[in-house]
Design a protein. Structure first.
Lengths: 122, 233
C-alpha cells in the first residue's frame, strides 16, 4: 500500500494499493483533508474532509467523517456529516449517524441508526 | 301390553325402615318416620346434564373508549358495556358513492368504482381500490390494490401498497409500518416502525420518517428522510 500527498497540499491523502483492502487511518488518527481510495477501504479514525472510494468504503464504529463519503458500496457504522452516496448499496448500521444525504441504488437503514437528510434511492 | 314397573327395596337413612320404591325413583318419604330422602343416584348428582353448544368468543375493543369485552365470534353487532357505543362487527363493501361516516370492527372494502364521501371511516382492515374523500383509519392494515386517491390522510397499523397499485394522498399518513410494492405519493409519511420498499416500489414525499428503512434494488425513494426518534427523545 502506498500513501502519498497530493501536490503541495499536505492535507489531501491519496491511497493506492494492490491489496484488496486498506485500513485508513488507524484509531485515534486524524486526517485534515480529503481521502481518495483506489481499493476497498476502511476508515478508522477522524477525517476532516470527504472520502472518495473507487471500490467499497466502510466507515467503522467510533469513526467520523465531516464531509461526504462516496464509493461503489458504502457501509457506515460511525458518523458521517456530509452525506453518503454509492453507485451500488448503502448500509447504515444500527449505531451510525448520517446527515445531509443518503443516495444509492439500494439502501438499508437499520433500527437504531440516526439519519436526517435527503433520500435519493434508485 | 301392560308395563311392569320394577320395584326395589330401599331403607330409610333416618330410621332404617325398608320400603319398596320404583327402581328409577328420585326421592321419597319414609312411610314410617316421614323423613324425606333422595335416591343414591340423585344424591350423587345424577340429574341428566343438558349439553350446551360451546359459543366461541373473541375480544372486541371499543373504538371510542378502548374498553375490551368478549363477544360471540358470529355476532354482527354489539354495544360497548363501558360507553354504550354501537359497534358494527361485520364487513362492508362500498361499490358506489357512500356518504356518511363508517365504523366497523371488521373489514371495509372500497371497490374500484367506490367512493367513500364521508369524513371518517374506521375499520380494522381496509382494502382500498377506489377513492376516498374522508380520513381512513385502519388499526390492523390498509391495503391499496388499485389506482387510488385519498383526499385527506390515513392512519393505522400497516400500510401495504401492492405491485402495480398507487396511492396519491393529499394529507399526512401515519402508520406503524409500511410495505411499499407500488407507488406512494404524499406530503408526509410517518412510520413508527420499519418500512420496506420493494423492487417495483416508489415513494415520493416531502418528508418521510421511519425507524428502519429497506429499499431493495429497483425500488425508488425521493424524499427528505428522518429516522423516527420516538424512543430516543
Amino acid at each position: 500500500m502506498g500513501i502519498e500527498r497530493e501536490g503541495d497540499r499536505p492535507q489531501n491523502l491519496v491511497v493506492s494499493t494492490e491489496e484488496k483492502s486498506a485500513g485508513i487511518p488507524g484509531k485515534g488518527l486524524q486526517i485534515w483533508g480529503d481521502v481518495r481510495l483506489s481499493a476497498d477501504g476502511v476508515i478508522q479514525g477522524t477525517v476532516q474532509g470527504s472520502v472518495w472510494g473507487k471500490e467499497k468504503v466502510i466507515v467503522s464504529e467510533d469513526s467520523q467523517v465531516s464531509g461526504s463519503v462516496e464509493g461503489s458500496d458504502v457501509r457506515v457504522d460511525g458518523v458521517v456529516q456530509g452525506g453518503v452516496s454509492a453507485r451500488g448499496r448503502v448500509w447504515v448500521g444500527n449505531r451510525a449517524k448520517v446527515r445531509l444525504r443518503c443516495a444509492g441504488r439500494a439502501v438499508r437503514i437499520e433500527p437504531g441508526a440516526e439519519f436526517r437528510g435527503e433520500l435519493q434511492v434508485g | 301390553m301392560p308395563v311392569t314397573l320394577t320395584k326395589i327395596e330401599v331403607a330409610c337413612p333416618e330410621c332404617g325402615q325398608a320400603q319398596m320404591e320404583s327402581e328409577n325413583f328420585i326421592s321419597t318419604v319414609c312411610r314410617s318416620c316421614g323423613h324425606y330422602f333422595k335416591s343414591a343416584r340423585a344424591a350423587r348428582g345424577g340429574k341428566r346434564k343438558i349439553k350446551r353448544a360451546v359459543i366461541k368468543k373473541r375480544e372486541l375493543t371499543c373504538a371510542d373508549c378502548g374498553s375490551v369485552q368478549e363477544v360471540a365470534e358470529e355476532a354482527q353487532s354489539s354495544t360497548c358495556l363501558q360507553c354504550g357505543r354501537h359497534l358494527e362487527l361485520g364487513h362492508r363493501e362500498i361499490t358506489g358513492e357512500h356518504l356518511g361516516n363508517l365504523s366497523l370492527e371488521g373489514e371495509l372494502k372500497i371497490g374500484p368504482r367506490g367512493n367513500f364521501g364521508g369524513s371518517r371511516a374506521r375499520a380494522a382492515r381496509i382494502v382500498l381500490q377506489g377513492r376516498a374523500s374522508g380520513f381512513l383509519e385502519a388499526p390492523e392494515w390498509l391495503r391499496v390494490e388499485g389506482q387510488t386517491k385519498l383526499r385527506t390522510g390515513a392512519s393505522g397499523g400497516k400500510l401495504e401498497i401492492r405491485p402495480g397499485a398507487a396511492l396519491e394522498c393529499g394529507e399526512p399518513l401515519q402508520f406503524q409500518s409500511g410495505e411499499i410494492e407500488g407507488e406512494l405519493r404524499c406530503p408526509v409519511a410517518r412510520f413508527t416502525g420499519p418500512v420496506r420498499v420493494g423492487p417495483q416500489g416508489l415513494i415520493v414525499a416531502e418528508k418521510i420518517s421511519f425507524t428502519e428503512l429497506t429499499v431493495e434494488e429497483g425500488g425508488r425513494v425521493r424524499a427528505q428522510g428522518e429516522t423516527f426518534a420516538g424512543d430516543r427523545s
